[in-house]
Design a protein. Structure first.
Length: 112
């Protein structure tokens, strides 16, 4: 790999990290506003809303976008059929996915 592509990859990584940190700070500020505003939302409702909207965003924006972006996975960035086939054939992968979901739920539950 040449220095230009390494520098470009490093810049991309730094920008993604900064962007992710910014989005997380916006989320925390919004949560605080929702919990302490004029009509405060119950914490569990807020957690549920985050989960529902996150899932909707993933299924209707992220997956379709990843399915048309070029990449190494059957010519696209993410092939949902391939992902589902891997989950069907690998119980360890299913278990790890469940552990991830439970971990995210625990993190969101404890951060409220």
């Amino acid at each position: 790999a040449d220095a230009t592509s390494e520098g470009s990859a490093m810049l991309t990584g730094v920008l993604l990290t900064i962007g992710g940190t910014f989005m997380q700070s916006v989320q925390y500020a919004y949560e605080e506003k929702m919990l302490t505003g004029e009509t405060p939302a119950p914490p569990w409702l807020l957690i549920g809303m985050e989960g529902v909207f996150g899932s909707l965003l993933t299924f209707f924006v992220v997956y379709p976008a990843a399915a048309v972006m070029p990449g190494p996975n059957n010519g696209v960035f993410e092939d949902l059929d391939n992902t589902l086939a891997q989950l069907q054939d690998n119980p360890t992968l299913v278990a790890l996915s469940v552990v991830f979901c439970v971990s995210v739920f625990a993190l969101n539950s404890m951060s409220i």
